[in-house]
Write a protein that binds this ligand. Structure first.
Ligand code: HAM
Length: 422
């Protein structure tokens, strides 16, 4: 019996060489973009104490109640693979007293996350996000900058089909009165609600607003509007955020039914969706979370952030021309016999030392298949070495893009190629 072959775990995926270069391009783009806004990168561990997430994201959320990969380690500590990055960043912010270094700490990340949700297009059990967290300002400029960054990121990437949706859910006092109003409104429809919504009715009724079930959406058409439950200060803050976006030509839609699936938000929440994605259409989501730092043991500290799904961004980019190209090597050394293989091996390394990316055949293939391989990889130049070339101390240099071939002295080969500025 042949040994078992292993497959990647359901909901996880390999990033193969055919696609990994796009990931790298996107990552370069991200680092460059963030440097323009003065955000600096932060990296946190893959796992944290489980309680960090239950206390921040919320016990009754889908993420904490059913999607986390959690276990108890040999020391009896309850640990969880991070399902999101805001809580770990806040933990790190408090632990290292980052606000002592900079009262407006602005960080970004690119990370792998884990949620045991039902896999489908654009939804994975291990997925990747980049995101930003900005600490220290309770003013609308902080919301404005973070939302503007999310919008500009997608615009500068070249995406066109996306919509920014904005809402304010106020502070918890007004959310409590809204929660009461919403449950009062939904009570007569309770038996018409799906099982999921009936559960949410008990635990977290605001999450019912997130339903995708058509007849529930109809029921919600006349539901009370959260905006009417906001305090005067919340409304003023929200209006100032909107004014900032308008002044800077950032189009948005108000969506009073947009609730986020995490409990830590206060006041502004937002999402950017794309029609090209299918059911999982959220490219990014975020908002203000003014009470989380305190809730996790830090000093009271206002904060705003967002995170975007990398897999979904790459799906959306399939519909547009990015102008990105995979990196290919510049030179392929083709060797026709044993002696030339040894010479070619050395030439390849001499070229690499001059900064010229070079490959050579390691499979001892025929001239034809080495040439086919050179063309397949898209190199610009092939250097051909055989017995004749070794005797005459000259090699053939073929420009594969132009189809021109010339004979170059071995001693001047490296300089010749360097001067071609490939
Ligand atoms: P979130 O809405 O849970 O927010 O996730 C943000 C983004 O991550 C989503 O809009 C989506 O693009 C992507 N995403 C989420 N789950 C999956 C999945 N299973 N597969 C693929 N992509 C996924 C947060 O995580 C918050 N921490 C955002 C935040 C940062 N709020 C304030 N700061």
């Amino acid at each position: 019996m042949s040994p078992k072959q292993f497959k990647s775990i359901k909901g996880t995926h390999d990033i193969l060489p055919e696609i990994s270069w796009k990931w790298r391009q996107l990552e370069y783009f991200l680092h460059d973009f963030m440097s323009h806004y003065g955000y600096r990168e932060i990296r946190t561990p893959v796992f944290e104490e489980t309680e960090l997430f239950s206390r921040s994201v919320g016990e009754d959320t889908d993420i904490v109640s059913k999607e986390m990969y959690s276990w108890t380690d040999q020391g009896g500590v309850n640990l969880t693979l991070k399902p999101e990055v805001t809580a770990p960043v806040v933990r790190s912010f408090i632990q290292h007293n980052l606000s002592g270094v900079n009262p407006n700490t602005k960080v970004y990340y690119w990370d792998a996350l884990f949620r045991r949700d039902r896999p489908q297009k654009g939804r994975w059990r291990q997925f990747h996000q980049f995101g930003v967290e900005s600490f220290g300002s309770a003013f609308p400029e902080q919301d404005g900058e973070v939302i503007l960054m999310a919008y500009q990121f997608f615009k500068k990437l070249g995406l066109t089909e996306f919509t920014l949706k904005l809402n304010s859910i106020g502070y918890s006092e007004c959310r409590n009165s809204y929660r009461t109003a919403l449950t009062e409104y939904l009570k007569p429809y309770f038996s018409d609600l799906s099982e999921t919504s009936q559960k949410r009715f008990q635990l977290n009724p605001l999450r019912i607003l997130d339903t995708k079930v058509p007849h529930e959406k109809e029921i919600l058409n006349d539901a009370p509007n959260i905006v009417n439950y906001l305090s005067v200060e919340d409304v003023t803050h929200f209006e100032e955020v909107q004014a900032l976006l308008k002044t800077n030509n950032i189009p948005f839609e108000l969506d009073p039914q947009m609730v986020r699936g995490l409990d830590y938000y206060t006041r502004t929440t937002f999402e950017i969706t794309s029609n090209s994605l299918g059911a999982q259409n959220a490219l990014c989501g975020g908002g203000r979370y003014d009470h989380l730092v305190e809730k996790l043991g830090g000093k009271p500290m206002p904060a705003v952030g967002f995170a975007a799904g990398i897999e979904r961004i790459l799906l959306a980019l399939e519909h547009i021309q990015t102008g990105w190209k995979p990196l290919s090597t510049n030179v392929y050394i083709i060797c026709l016999d044993e002696e030339s293989r040894s010479a070619g091996f050395t030439i390849a390394e001499e070229l690499r030392e001059k900064g010229i990316s070079t490959e050579t055949d390691l499979l001892r293939r025929s001239l034809r298949s080495q040439m086919r391989e050179a063309n397949r990889t898209g190199v610009k130049l092939a250097v051909i070495i055989g017995e004749k070339e070794l005797q005459s101390q000259k090699v053939q240099v073929k420009d594969l893009h132009k189809g021109e071939q010339s004979e170059i002295k071995r001693e001047s080969l490296i300089d010749h190629i360097v001067h071609l500025n490939l």
